[in-house]
Design a protein around this ligand. Structure first.
Ligand code: GDP
Length: 454
């Protein structure tokens, strides 16, 4: 389906047409200009055609200057939101100076996506105005009478090719997304163990933590019974759920040669990150967020993994409240790409905080696998664009047309827009932050791709 914006100066009959298309008496309609006030949206039907319609009524009687300013702002907003504009003039009045202002806005902003209608054309009273409308250079006008329901068949006829075109574009976009998804990592399978890597600087307590987790498994299943080991990982049951831990034993053996430590941590680190679905960056509370921790966290984020910070040796922390606040501040300042990622305090030695760590892992894993429906995303996108329109480099506003989630693990979204190459990163960041906030996805990487669609 597509979105049609009804635009034009006050009192040409925009709301009357809106109400007729939506089939409800939603707005007061009056012959006095400015009775209705803001952008309204409704589900329109015209015989077999279904689409969304936006009404830009909402211009109060005002001085010429402020009227023009408001008119311009409201119309530009509607043009931005819609796939197609229906520009209405009053056939009984003919083309006015205000109409010319609108025509100019549409010529500049609507990229040719404009239909022209001369309303109040019942009887012969509108003939002169109808012919005058040709002079606007926006094509052949449709003669309408919104109030009497005349000309609706012609309107439907004019909308039809656009409807087909938008449907084809949307299908092409969806096909492209489906093609992209083919190469994506496999889907979430709840029966498979969740793959975890515990990473961090030497001596942070990785082995101690893994042993603590294995210890819980043993409590549940008896000595060593439930734990199996293969070339890359340890299978354990932790709190009645299967996990596979990346086995750092290999790394530790090699790391005994102290001077080779730094080099080994890079290649082995990459291997562990690639293996993991959730990466736990284990920090030592006495020396948190060391260079190596930052490098590993950044690597995990760039590889699209879910990241959790576990602050170990919490038993040694003195002022716990103050330390926690300081750690969160460091996380957000040193790793803005992971701002808000879960930060859990643990003591691998005593086993304190292990349950909270497990819960954080499971929650973050679920967010990492999350999918948001296309319809929710597009409703959301319209809201964002209304509240914070994209920039207009060189005077032409970037139009965001359609949005979909291409894949999960990590959540990856595609926005189809008119000029992806001109989109500033600040606007992409605004969208990513909004997605994180409005769809509740703290602490996982969110990918946003821009694709061209005129
Ligand atoms: P790894 O190099 O990251 O595997 O670190 P280890 O697990 O070998 O631990 C390094 C040192 O930190 C050992 O002496 C551990 O006993 C100690 N350690 C580990 N976890 C804790 C903890 O929660 N509290 C305290 N106080 N010490 C810990």
């Amino acid at each position: 389906s597509f979105t049609l914006a009804i635009v034009g100066r006050p009192n040409v009959g925009k709301s009357t047409l809106f109400n007729r298309l939506v089939g409800k008496k939603l707005a007061l309609v009056d012959d006095q200009p400015g009775v209705t006030r803001d952008l309204r949206e409704g589900d329109a039907r015209l015989a077999d055609l279904r689409f969304t319609v936006i009404d830009t009524a909402g211009l109060e009687q005002a001085t010429d200057e402020s009227l023009q300013g408001r008119m311009r702002a409201l119309t530009e907003r509607a043009v931005q939101m819609a796939d197609l504009c229906l520009f209405i003039i009053d056939a009984r009045v003919g083309v006015t100076a205000d109409d010319l202002v609108f025509a100019e806005i549409l010529r500049r902003k609507a990229d040719g996506r404009v239909l022209l209608a001369a309303n109040k054309a019942e009887g012969n009273a509108g003939d002169a105005g109808y012919y005058e409308a040709f002079s606007l250079g926006l094509g052949e006008p449709i003669a309408l009478s919104a109030e009497h329901g005349e000309g609706l068949d012609e309107l439907r006829h004019a909308l039809m090719p656009w409807h087909d075109r938008f449907a084809a574009e949307r299908r092409a976009a969806e096909r492209q997304v489906a093609l992209d998804a083919e190469g994506a990592p496999e889907e979430h399978d709840p029966t498979k163990p969740m793959q975890i890597a515990v990473m961090g600087r030497p001596n942070a307590g990785k082995s101690t933590l893994i042993n603590a987790i294995l210890g819980e498994d043993r409590l549940l299943t008896g000595p060593e019974a439930g734990i199996t080991r293969d070339s890359i990982g340890l299978n354990v049951t932790w709190g009645d759920r299967p996990f596979k831990l990346f086995d750092t034993a290999g790394i530790r053996k090699k790391a005994k040669v102290q001077e080779k430590l730094e080099k080994l941590s890079v290649s082995d680190g990459l291997r562990a990150v690639r293996f993991a679905e959730v990466v736990i960056i284990l920090l030592d509370v006495t020396i948190p967020f060391e260079t190596q921790d930052l490098r590993l966290a950044d690597l995990a984020e760039r590889e699209g993994r879910a990241v959790i910070f576990a602050v170990n040796k919490w038993d040694l922390a003195e002022d716990k409240n103050q330390t926690l606040a300081a750690l969160k501040e460091m996380r957000d300042r040193l790793l803005p790409q992971l701002a808000g990622a879960p930060l859990v305090t643990v003591s691998a030695l005593t086993g304190r905080g292990l349950e909270r760590l497990r819960e954080a892992i499971v929650t973050t894993y679920e967010i990492w696998n999350k999918r948001v429906s296309t319809s929710r995303l597009n409703d959301w996108l319209i809201e964002q664009v209304q509240q914070h329109p994209p920039p207009a480099p060189g005077g032409r506003r970037i139009r965001l047309r359609y949005m979909t989630q291409a894949k999960a693990r990590p959540p990856t979204f595609i926005v189809f827009c008119s000029k992806p190459e001109d989109m500033p990163t600040s606007y992409s960041r605004f969208l990513v932050n909004g997605l994180r906030r409005d769809f509740d996805m703290p602490g996982v990487p969110i990918r946003l791709e821009l694709r061209k669609r005129e």
